[in-house]
Design a protein around this ligand. Structure first.
Ligand code: ARG
Length: 416
């Protein structure tokens, strides 16, 4: 068409299906529809057929599961990355990968533009746009869903029907859903009232904990240099392993997260997530780190972890700081090799055993039995020096009448 070709990030849903004729009619682009599968995409042939029916000159599905697992989920796991201490960054992690695939596809097809269906008040638009720009700033980015003339849902249904696009019109989900290997994000509908408990249909994978088995299930997760490599001794590829542990968590009612989060665009939103696999792996990974890393490394690493989570959430995957955080994390994983036993029971997942050749735990130092090898005599001298600064502070304070007295209740009595 007059403006050439645009590569569209296509999901097969109502909005991106409508975008195919929309980009042609309103923007003058031929459309290459690009379905990027980072896990959990069902009926790929059906989605491809729909894109073609909608008028795409080409429709392709890219299997990006392996790449997503190895290069996005794994660094996030090494960083125990949870946005606001709760959300394992399901959608946030996939957006830079989608951006990268859009750029690659645009180059392969000689396209001059990329397009996506993100709205103007979400985080996803930021992540995709910044991701595309960081790789090829010459590509035009078209995002019609954030323009004023973008139709309402009802109008969109009429629009696709008029264009003969076979979207499933009967199943009108009130939710906005995004799924991949690392979990499932769900927002909108009744969830927009933060006081309303998520209805049963808000969750699709994690069963209600009250329906979970009465028997606990134990699973041993084995790690090599921070990477999970086996479940119960059975070696698995990363994709397969994430899927397997996710299924176990789902069946035990573990992995529902219901939260208010702070979006990058300045608003608070209520989201529910199903993240059994990612949360279980983070739980196990953190547990192993506690066994094999030094106190200082563990404590400092938390700063990097929280920075990484923010960088990912805020669309800065391709920023050099993210690269530097990842380099730190990889370096920190040299000895994170060993096993963690997880216990799944009625909506919970807790570690109840851990072992490693690199364990820094010493029975002879920790025990209170006769085998104790800890130097109790050394403790007194250590404490004397450890407490020295505060002791001097108190002495000088007393000399100047500045010391606060403890009240009878044991509270510090503040002088006014
Ligand atoms: N709030 C989450 C995030 O920003 C999930 C966004 C999911 N996108 C969606 N279209 N439902 O990462």
């Amino acid at each position: 068409m007059e403006n050439g070709t645009a590569v569209l990030a296509y999901s097969g849903g109502l909005d991106t299906s409508a975008l195919i004729p929309w980009l042609k009619e309103k923007y003058g682009y031929d459309v290459v529809a690009c379905l990027i599968d980072a896990g959990r995409v069902k009926d790929i042939p059906g989605i491809i057929a729909r894109a073609k029916a909608a008028g795409a000159i080409e429709a392709l599905a890219i299997d990006a599961k392996e790449e997503f697992a190895e290069h996005y989920c794994l660094p996030a796991l090494m960083g125990n990355a949870l946005y606001e201490d709760k959300y394992p960054l399901v959608s946030s992690l996939s957006r830079p990968l989608i951006a990268k695939k859009l750029v690659q596809t645009a180059h392969a097809f000689g396209a001059t533009a990329v397009a996506h269906g993100c709205t103007g008040k979400g985080n996803d638009q930021v992540r995709i746009d910044v991701g595309v720009r960081s790789q090829d700033p010459s590509l035009k980015i078209i995002a019609p869903a954030r323009e004023a003339d973008w139709p309402s849902r009802e109008e969109l249904l009429d629009y696709v029907a008029a264009h003969g696009i076979p979207v499933n019109l009967t199943k009108k989900s009130p939710y906005s859903i995004d799924e991949n290997l690392w979990g499932r994000s769900n927002e909108c509908g009744v969830l927009e009232d933060p006081w309303v408990a998520p209805p049963a249909d808000a969750y699709q994978f994690v069963i209600d904990a009250k329906d979970a088995p009465d028997e606990a299930q134990h699973v041993i997760v084995s790690f090599e240099k921070g990477k999970p490599v086996a479940l119960d001794g059975e070696a698995m590829g990363l994709v397969e392993l994430i899927e397997a542990i996710d299924a176990i968590g789902n069946a035990h009612g573990f992995g529902r997260v219901d939260m208010i989060e702070n979006r990058l665009v300045g608003i608070k939103s209520r989201e529910v997530y199903e993240v059994a696999g990612s949360l279980a792996l983070i739980t196990a990974h953190r547990e192993l780190e506690d066994l094999v890393l030094t106190r200082d490394l563990l404590h400092f690493k938390r700063t990097i972890e929280s920075k990484l989570a923010d960088m990912v959430y805020e669309g800065q995957w391709f920023d050099p700081l993210t690269e530097a955080c990842k380099a730190f994390l990889f370096q920190s994983q040299e000895r994170v090799t060993g096993d963690v036993r997880l216990k799944f029971y009625k909506g919970t997942c807790v570690p109840d055993g851990r072992r490693s050749d690199y364990s820094l735990y010493s029975y002879k130092l920790a025990t209170y039995t006769t085998e104790d090898e800890f130097s109790h005599e050394a403790a007194a001298g250590f404490i004397q020096l450890w407490g020295l600064p505060i002791e001097i502070w108190a002495r000088i304070g007393k000399e100047h009448g500045l010391m606060r007295e403890l009240s009878d209740e044991g509270e510090l009595a503040l002088e006014t």
